[in-house]
Ligand binder design. Structure first.
Ligand SMILES: O=C(O)C(=O)C[C@]1(C(=O)O)C=C[C@@H](O)C=C1
Length: 386
């Protein structure tokens, strides 16, 4: 839980009066009807406050002037600041995760008053990408399931989706290379990141493990559950498919088939859970990036993704990293990919702390650009909040 900065307020103005319990053991318990009266009163106040907040959010919309579309009202840096304040104020009993989720939904609904945002993601429905969309944009945003990560890039670039959500790395399996490669040629900006705990489940029509001869899953899901599968279903045929939800869709049609997918796919495709969670590592987390067409200002706690094309000369990579290190800028990721069209030349994807418009990162980027290496800022965006 967050650092406590607030004085704890009473939960209700008037606490429910305790009573002696029916069994007469001397234990005090509150009167149920009175507790419910208190809850009714609080609910009324919460509802009034949510309505009042929605009216103010509408005023914010007007203050921004007459803008063309919903996408112009969305402010990721402001949302991050609102959520950080929620975490900072939290004094329990609900967890930071729960409160952030609730406040995200409130903001999502406030923004959708103008018009819901359209968010492209790797479909079909029931994928972890869809869960990431809900986690970051709330349920008032309109999800647009697309056939491939490439299509997510294309639809955002063409303006058919306001933003896109694409997976970029998994804590156990590493980088999703297709995503990085698409940045080599895309003009899109990264304007957010989402971290999602990924829980895999074995799902089938009957829910009986003894029926299973074939398993459908995305190659990443097979990699994340290899240990469990070797122990429990060593003889089953493994069929790789384009997404876990696609596997669930196939498993729906045959009693001898199962899919590895998230719980939401079980609901969407009417499957039963055979076992889960079955991932080999309990901290299995996937990081997603939010793609947009614009850059946003600093939120006060940001990360910047850079794409650096290194010319073939001694110490070239050092020349890029040294100005960052000298200023104490921490780097939490570096990844190289072959630069398209240049044999044996490499593009480096580097994530660093800070925002491109603020010192010390701004000064370091100016210095690197002066040396002649090509540095593209893919985006500066708020560090993921829970
Ligand atoms: O503060 C703003 O700019 C708003 O539009 C309000 C609000 C909110 O509900 O707090 C709604 C949507 C934006 O993405 C950010 C914040």
């Amino acid at each position: 839980m967050a650092k406590k900065t607030d004085i704890k307020k009473p939960i209700a103005k008037k606490a429910a009066k305790p009573q002696v319990d029916a069994a007469g053991k001397g234990e005090l318990k509150p009167d149920l009807a009175e507790v419910r009266t208190q809850i009714d009163g609080i609910d009324r106040r919460i509802q009034e406050l949510i309505a009042e907040r929605a009216q103010w959010a509408h005023q914010v919309g007007k203050a921004k002037g007459k803008l063309a579309a919903a996408v112009d009202y969305y402010r990721p840096e402001r949302e991050a600041q609102v959520l950080r304040k929620v975490v900072d104020r939290n004094d329990g009993p609900l967890s930071d995760e729960v409160l952030v989720r609730l406040f995200r939904e409130v903001m999502s609904a406030c923004l959708a008053q103008q018009e819901p945002l359209k968010i492209g993601y790797l479909g079909p429905e029931g994928t972890f990408s869809q869960q990431a969309v809900h986690k970051h944009f709330g349920h008032s945003a309109h999800g647009l399931p697309l056939a491939s990560i490439e299509e997510v890039f294309q639809e955002v670039a063409a303006g058919n989706a306001d933003f896109g959500v694409v997976p970029v790395e998994n804590s156990g399996q590493g980088t999703i290379q297709v995503t990085l490669d698409l940045f080599l040629t895309s003009p899109l900006k990264i304007c957010g990141e989402v971290e999602l705990r990924v829980h895999q489940h074995l799902l089938s029509r009957s829910g009986r493990i003894e029926d299973i001869e074939r398993i459908y899953a995305h190659p990443q899901a097979f990699a994340q559950t290899g240990g469990w599968l070797r122990t429990h279903l060593p003889k089953a045929e493994k069929v790789p498919v384009s997404s876990n939800a696609e596997g669930a869709r196939r498993a729906r049609n045959a009693d001898d088939s199962a899919a590895i997918a998230g719980e939401s796919a079980a609901h969407v495709y009417g499957l039963k859970k055979i076992a889960g969670p079955i991932e080999d590592r309990s901290d299995n987390t996937t990081r997603f990036l939010v793609l947009g067409r614009e850059s946003f200002p600093s939120s006060g706690h940001d990360r910047t993704s850079l794409l650096v094309f290194i010319r073939d000369r001694p110490g070239a990579l050092y020349g890029v990293l040294e100005p960052l290190a000298r200023r104490g800028i921490s780097m939490n990721r570096i990844e190289s990919r072959p630069a398209h069209g240049h044999l044996w030349q490499y593009a480096f994807f580097i994530d660093v702390a800070g925002h491109r418009d603020e010192s010390p990162l701004k000064d370091a980027l100016d210095e690197i650009a002066d040396k002649g290496d090509e540095v593209r800022v893919l985006g500066s965006y708020p560090v993921a909040i829970l």
